[in-house]
Design a protein around this ligand. Structure first.
Ligand SMILES: *[C@@H]1O[C@H](CO)[C@@H](O)[C@H](O)[C@H]1NC(C)=O
Ligand SMILES: *[C@@H]1O[C@H](CO)[C@@H](O)[C@H](O)[C@H]1NC(C)=O
Length: 449
């Protein structure tokens, strides 16, 4: 290569002028070189090429790079591109036939990739390698690197960063809950699980199943959570909420009676009430509760035939025996031959079963003192009791009347002419029976036919 020195400026001028072509060779030779010296090693300025190489062929040998007629080939170093003439010749006018220089080859600036970045070994020049990486949560798809090739083009194509990592979600542990007392369900609470994802901050968590804080029914309840990230990668988890209903062993209904139980009959917290059929009364507890240790409170009750004491001396003692157990139908007439009484009496006797089914006891008050009688079927009442009943309920001896008392002994309806038992029953069924009794009556209606 040419050593630089005071002639550098001249060299540049020569190069600039070197646009002259081989066509003008002869003219130049004629004008400027009256005396050609083929031996002068410095006829032309020794050629040089920054970032390149000059290979010359001279008639006098390789070393004579400046002799007239020398031809030189210009080549650039790797990463440089030759601009100008590939080949130049030392002309008779002491100039080279052309000029060339080497320009650094650059690839275009690589665009950025979404969710990723790249770093290059030497920027965008030849042989620089740019390595792509993705931000956490994303993975490279395609080539991981591109290299700037000698012709100024990048190898390969741009890779992409794609979110292939599914999100993560962890469900709470499965759980067993016992139904609450008196219920067949349990309220179960938990916190919705949080989902995480390497790429996305905001994730849509979807619950499939019942919301926490609601009542879960007996058995296995599956709760599933699903989550999707922006790239639709999916994750899910599930857990089980099992609800168990704790139960006491079932208690049998009493003979001549029945049970009415709350809730499911024998689950923890359920209450069973004893009821006795008409003509029977309960002996023992009125109700039992299924306790937390799954045993029933109290002992079993029974239904025993109702016993009325007829030797009681006061009306209140007499009435107390029926309190909350039986309804009373008091039939009063001046005497046995009273036609209203006889008509009513026949109807009542025919409907004995229906009357009993409605828990009604019939009391007859007949005649006047000293021949006054009071009776329940064939059992006679004390005269004090008869007198008391007449006074409390204002029952006249002088005409037929019939009085209906409810289970609490309240005067509910009075009839002064005979009524059919249908009419009587319809009144009792509509106004005196409670819900349970009505149901029970429906069940047993056939019993009287
Ligand atoms: C169940 O608990 C009650 C009181 O809560 C207790 O009186 C009864 O003895 C217990 N029964 C059993 C079988 O443990
Ligand atoms: C029964 O009472 C009626 C009045 O209601 C009377 O006319 C009749 O004579 C009485 N009969 C007897 C047998 O006492």
């Amino acid at each position: 290569m040419l050593t630089s020195g005071p002639v550098a400026v001249l060299f540049l001028l020569l190069f600039t002028a070197g646009a002259a072509t081989a066509d003008s060779y002869d003219d130049l030779e004629e004008e400027n070189t009256p005396e050609l010296d083929y031996k002068n090693p410095n006829w032309c300025r020794s050629p040089s090429l920054t970032n390149g190489e000059v290979t010359c062929q001279s008639p006098r040998g390789r070393a004579y790079r400046g002799t007239l007629g020398t031809r030189c080939q210009m080549t650039c170093d790797r990463g440089y591109r030759l601009l100008g003439r590939k080949s130049i010749q030392c002309l008779s006018n002491r100039r080279w036939s052309g000029t060339a220089y080497c320009r650094k080859v650059r690839c275009h600036v690589l665009p950025l990739i979404p969710h990723g970045r790249y770093t290059c070994t030497q920027g965008f020049v030849v042989d620089s390698r740019c390595d792509f990486t993705c931000i956490p949560g994303y993975r490279i798809e395609g080539e991981h690197s591109r290299t700037c090739q000698p012709r100024g083009l990048w190898s390969g194509v741009q890779p992409e960063c794609s979110d292939t990592d599914p999100p993560k979600i962890k469900c709470p542990p499965s759980r067993l809950r016992f139904a609450e007392p008196g219920k067949l369900t349990a309220t179960v609470i938990w916190d919705h699980p949080k989902a995480t994802d390497t790429a996305d901050k905001h994730l849509n968590v979807i619950l499939e199943g019942q919301e926490p804080g609601t009542e879960f029914k007996e058995g296995v309840n599956i709760i599933r959570y699903k989550v999707y990230d922006q790239a639709r990668n999916r994750a899910s988890c599930k857990f089980i909420v099992r609800v168990e209903v704790r139960r006491c062993t079932e208690i049998p209904p009493p003979l001549h009676g029945y049970l009415s139980c709350s809730s499911d009959g024998n689950n923890y917290g359920a209450t069973c009430e004893y009821h006795c059929d008409g003509g029977y009364e309960r002996r023992g507890t009125s109700s039992r509760v299924c306790q937390s240790n799954l045993s029933w409170s109290e002992g079993a009750a029974e239904c025993v035939p109702m016993e009325v004491k007829f030797d009681v001396k006061t009306t209140s003692a007499f009435l107390d025996q029926f309190y909350e157990k039986r309804r009373l139908l008091i039939l009063s007439a001046p005497n046995v031959s009273d036609s209203d009484y006889q008509l009513q009496n026949v109807m009542i006797q025919k409907s004995d079963c229906g009357i009993d089914l409605r828990h009604v006891t019939v009391i007859e008050l007949l005649g006047s003192p000293p021949c006054e009688t009071g009776r329940i079927k064939e059992n006679l009442l004390q005269s004090e009791v008869i007198e008391g009943l007449r006074q409390i309920f204002r029952i006249s001896r002088s005409y037929f009347s019939m009085l209906l008392l409810d289970e609490r002994g309240m005067d509910r309806e009075r009839f002064i002419v005979p009524v059919s038992t249908e009419e009587l029953f319809s009144y009792i069924d509509s106004f005196l029976l409670d819900e349970d009794e009505r149901e029970r009556l429906e069940l047993n209606r056939d019993f009287c036919d």
